[in-house]
Design a protein around this ligand. Structure first.
Ligand code: ADP
Ligand code: MG
Length: 237
């Protein structure tokens, strides 16, 4: 028998408080929307990886999360799932504008994240856009203003924030910083700090990184509010 869907954040929090990471043997054990569960199932994702199990119980709860885990450990789904669920629980509609931002260092990574979002989020009605530069900024002005979810590279996002009169991040509920260590080693520290200043301070922030350098710690201090730390070691499965 299929479990009843819990689509109210307060009730979900109660459920999440009673689950330990080891018990999450399948995504269906978590309080997720039917739409996300279908997207996961159709994408052949059934068993969460360790970083997903460890972080989802907090990120789905609405808490800020910092997760350090090596490349290939499944960090993308660890943030795409709470992103979709946050918008879903808040009954976000396409008219509500930009609700979630994902920042990743390269265009290639942005494309990959966009593909995962399309796959796992296919049952939801949210609009999503890739904002990675390459074209004249003006071609993107209108399109960007209708996105509920944006997957961006740092420089291009800041360009919209400073030059595009149609762009607003006033309603952003969630910020995801992917591959934070790489963003910083590529020289985006100042850009990231400018972006952080533009965003509402009552948002939820999730930061993912393969390593935790001193620069990453500075970014965590600037961008996250009382985060839970999840560190997944190479030798653990
Ligand atoms: P990371 O960002 O940590 O480097 P990715 O999110 O790119 O890792 O995931 C690495 C690979 O693992 C991808 O091919 C992805 O499809 C796969 N993957 C992620 N989570 C799961 C899962 N729960 N079950 C099966 N495969 C998964
Ligand atoms: Mg990644």
């Amino acid at each position: 028998k299929e479990k009843e869907e819990v689509d109210n954040l307060e009730n979900r929090k109660t459920e999440l408080a009673n689950i330990s990471p080891e018990e999450i043997l399948s995504f269906a054990k978590l309080p997720l929307s039917r739409k996300t569960l279908k997207g996961l199932k159709d994408g052949s994702f059934t068993v969460p990886t360790k970083v997903q199990r460890q972080s989802l119980i907090f990120s789905l709860h609405g808490t800020d999360v910092v997760a350090a885990a090596k490349t290939g450990s499944g960090k993308t789904l660890a943030f795409i799932i709470p992103l979709l669920e946050m918008l879903y629980c808040k009954r976000w509609s396409p008219m509500d504008g930009l609700g979630a931002l994902v920042i990743t260092p390269t265009r290639e990574l942005a494309y990959q994240i966009f593909e995962v979002l399309k796959k796992v989020g296919k049952e939801h009605d949210f609009s999503a856009g890739l904002v990675i530069g390459g074209k004249d900024l003006k071609y993107e002005w209108n399109r960007v203003s209708t996105c509920n979810i944006m997957i961006c590279t740092p420089g291009r996002l800041l360009q919209h924030m400073t030059e595009n009169p149609e762009f607003t991040s006033d309603n952003v509920q969630m910020l995801i910083l992917d591959e934070a260590d790489q963003c910083l080693s590529m020289g985006f520290a100042d850009t990231m700090n400018c972006i952080l200043q533009e965003l509402p301070s009552d948002r939820q922030s999730l930061l993912f990184s393969a390593t935790q350098t001193r620069d990453v710690k500075d970014l965590i201090r600037a961008g996250c509010n009382n985060p839970v730390f999840c560190s997944v070691h190479e030798y653990s499965k």
